[in-house]
Design a binder for this molecule. Structure first.
Ligand code: SF4
Ligand code: SF4
Length: 235
């Protein structure tokens, strides 16, 4: 975080409102640091978990929305379990990701956002993961054509990547979940789209005119897809 002192003007009422509506209470944090010290991904974060909680308590939007930490968080809930004040920190990370998409910020980790969105698309199609589609669509969206190729080949050779999808019997239940998620999102002011958490758009190609935020001319006014956690499954 920049050394610039934060002022009350940095507070976003909208972010504070969204956090309040979620029932998560970062204001209870007394900065003991247990969440940060237990987080397995902390070394890769640009903001410590405890800093994310503090900034969220103050409603300081921009550093949070620009942070890689909210996207790198794996939702493992170690921090939530360790917090002596029962703050749902993993849930807060989830909320911040969704908020950033809804507000049109370009994800600091666009490939992770692309993965979340692709995962939810695949679940919507089949009711369960179809790795080949997941892999192919993710590659196209992220434009990361070579990454993990070796691992993909290895999985294929070991018969872990089926070439045909296994769909669940009652896909109407899945469609209902997505419809309800969409209705909930729209009720909270999110834009339309047919997957939980966001509209259509190419995460990797998202570009905004200023500050990393996507503008009206971007490719998805309402975000690029949900974070998997807590909606249609864990990404
Ligand atoms: S563990 Fe809980 S109280 Fe301690 S710093 Fe983290 S969020 Fe704050
Ligand atoms: S949920 Fe996220 S922030 Fe919390 S310990 Fe796991 S990876 Fe770290």
């Amino acid at each position: 975080m920049s050394a610039r002192a934060l002022s009350l003007n940095d507070a976003s009422r909208e972010l504070l409102r969204a956090i309040r509506a979620s029932g998560i209470s970062p204001q209870d944090c007394y900065q003991c640091g247990r969440c940060s010290s237990g987080c397995p991904i902390q070394p890769h974060f640009d903001l410590k978990t405890m800093a994310v909680v503090k900034l969220a308590a103050l409603g300081v939007e921009r550093p949070l929305m620009r942070s890689r930490a909210i996207w790198l968080c794996a939702g493992c809930e170690t921090c939530t379990t360790r917090c002596p004040n029962d703050i749902d920190i993993a849930g807060l990370m989830d909320l911040l990701r969704e908020y950033s998409l809804r507000r049109g910020y370009r994800p600091a980790e666009p490939r992770i956002a692309a993965f979340h969105r692709t995962y939810l698309d695949v679940i919507r199609h089949w009711g369960r993961v179809f790795e080949v589609e997941l892999f192919a669509v993710y590659k196209l969206r992220s434009r990361d054509f070579l990454g993990d190729l070796g691992m993909g080949m290895k999985m294929f050779m070991q018969g872990k990547l089926g070439l045909r999808p296994h769909r669940i019997r009652d896909r109407s239940a899945i469609r209902l979940i997505y419809r309800q998620a969409r209705a909930a999102r729209e009720a909270h002011g999110g834009a339309g789209g047919d997957e939980p958490g966001g509209g259509r758009g190419d995460v990797a190609g998202a570009r905004g005119p200023h500050d990393g935020r996507r503008g009206a001319g971007g490719d998805g006014a309402g975000g690029d897809g949900a974070t998997g956690r807590g909606e249609a499954g864990q990404a």
